[in-house]
Design a protein around this ligand. Structure first.
Ligand code: GDP
Length: 473
């Protein structure tokens, strides 16, 4: 987004296959860094132009020719030339589009490595784009989110993020904090003269506005997280109620082991499914019952943890069992304990009892919850259930309609820390505390905000972010 005024110092040449390995019409290999034009020159011959030189080619030019190794021709390719700083990494880059066979692609990659490139690390091209100032960290992460997007809405949010609206807001906050810090520090230099270069009343007001904006961003995480990670949905209930069967039916495949023995699902299983535009992250928990072996206890402990983090809780009951009303107490306890989660009670195995309508009605009256009657093993009632889940998810999404969304836990945590620091600074101003203390809080806020966009570089954070990318991106 931003073109830096500095001259790019290219790093060592790297190469990678940029397209998925497998048979396809085309595949792309890319190279970036110092000397890539010379390396490309050694392996490429332009059709009917023996005098062609990459080093003299203009940027954004395509050249048709062949790639060779010492044994002869490997493939016909189109070579694309990008000249620094006008490339994705801002370094000199060459991309070869070749035929999409895995053997061909690997052969060309090997030649490039033999001629002096190093195999790129995961996300190294994007990392260079960030380090050279073409994109900020938020935009780099948005590229990763876009690639991994599992729903249309997550994809749209990532595309918006790539254009940098959150970065713009954070940069404005940083600007204000930087300016204020500089003035406060100047005051400290003149401390004997008791001058005030930064009006405290005005600073307090500006920090209050900033705090409001930070809170809006923090609140948007609820919505952003749902878009990005899906609605966290936990299937709970006693052993044998049919939880694994329901999970499989919702996913449409045999994902979880179904068995007649109580306590088969020892740990939880997590899978995603898309219904209309909403993604649900489904967890099948170990059967909730007392007793059992130690390993089962551990599973139950984890189940409760999952339930405590859920947006949506599907509590399954075997409606054909005589003790079907026993679950009511546990459901009521859940509602008290996890008030934030939306609860749907599911009366399963309706095929096994002719009294299912009556019993479902009783459950509705006893719990006061939405009750959905299904026969998971036969796939009956699933459409109604999915519809209800989708309506609840829509309600969750509507709770937060924000133009700029925070979708990552990393950003959320940094924003909360920044917000705490800004709040502390306001408190200090109100109490007429010393300049040094106020400046300290402002510097902390500055640092937390800088961590988000990458203005403050933390090597560990960079590794976590770029390791998620594939090689070649
Ligand atoms: P979990 O312990 O809650 O995960 O239960 P499972 O999904 O393993 O199911 C326990 C047993 O109930 C299995 O034999 C399933 O085939 C059976 N079952 C599940 N749903 C239904 C249903 O709707 N109707 C009938 N008749 N059997 C079901």
């Amino acid at each position: 987004m931003t073109t830096p005024s500095i001259i790019i110092e290219p790093a060592a040449p790297i190469a990678a296959i940029a397209t998925p390995v497998g048979v396809g019409a085309l595949a792309v290999l890319r190279m970036s860094g110092k000397g890539v034009f010379d390396i490309a020159q050694k392996v490429f011959r332009k059709k009917n132009s023996p005098a062609f030189r990459f080093a003299q080619s203009k940027g954004f030019r395509a050249h048709f020719g062949t790639v060779h190794d010492s044994d002869g021709l490997i493939d016909e390719v189109v070579a694309l030339v990008f000249r620094s700083p006008n490339s994705f990494t801002m370094e000199d880059m060459v991309e070869f589009s070749c035929h999409g066979g895995p053997v061909v692609v690997k052969h060309i990659l090997k030649v490039l490595l033999d001629e002096g490139c190093r195999l790129a690390e995961p996300g190294e091209f994007t990392r260079r784009a960030f380090l050279n100032g073409r994109i900020d960290l938020l935009q780099a992460e948005a590229i990763g989110e876009m690639i991994h997007a599992r729903s249309e809405s997550a994809f749209r949010t990532a595309v918006t993020q790539m254009q940098g609206p959150l970065s713009l807001r954070l940069d404005a906050m940083r600007e204000l904090l930087l300016r204020s810090c500089a003035l406060l520090e100047l005051e400290l230099d003149f401390s004997e003269e008791e001058v005030e270069f930064r009006s405290r009343t005005q600073l307090h007001q500006e920090l209050a506005d900033m705090q409001e904006e930070l809170c809006r961003l923090i609140d948007s995480y609820q919505h952003g997280r749902l878009l990005n990670e899906g609605v966290s949905t936990v299937i709970a209930g006693r052993p044998n109620a049919g939880k694994s069967t329901l999970l499989n039916a919702l996913l449409g495949e045999e994902r979880s082991i179904v068995s007649h023995m109580p306590g088969t699902t020892r740990d939880y299983i997590e899978e995603c499914f898309l219904y209309e535009k909403t993604m649900f992250r489904l967890t099948d928990t170990a059967g909730l019952r007392e007793g059992g072996e130690a390993v089962e206890h551990e599973g139950i402990r984890r189940s409760y943890k999952k339930i405590s983090e859920a947006d949506l809780l599907l509590y399954l009951i075997d409606i054909s069992a005589n003790n079907y009303l026993d679950a009511v107490i546990q459901i009521q306890a859940f509602m008290e304990q996890y008030p934030a989660a939306h609860l749907i009670v599911i009366a399963n195995k309706t095929d096994l009892t002719p009294e299912n309508a009556e019993r479902t009605h009783q459950l509705r009256a006893a719990t006061g919850c939405d009750v959905c009657a299904i026969a998971a093993a036969r796939g009956e009632g699933l459409e109604d259930l999915k519809h209800l889940m989708s309506m609840i998810a829509e309600g969750l999404n509507k709770q937060q309609e924000a133009s700029v969304l925070v979708t990552s836990l990393r950003h959320y945590e940094a924003l909360r820390n920044a917000s705490d620091a800004v709040e502390n600074a306001q408190e200090l101003i109100k109490n007429q505390s010393g300049t040094e203390l106020i400046a300290f809080e402002l510097r902390s806020a500055l640092e937390y905000i800088g961590e988000i966009t990458g203005k403050v570089i933390n090597e560990e954070i960079l590794n976590v972010i770029f390791d998620r990318f594939c090689i070649g991106k």
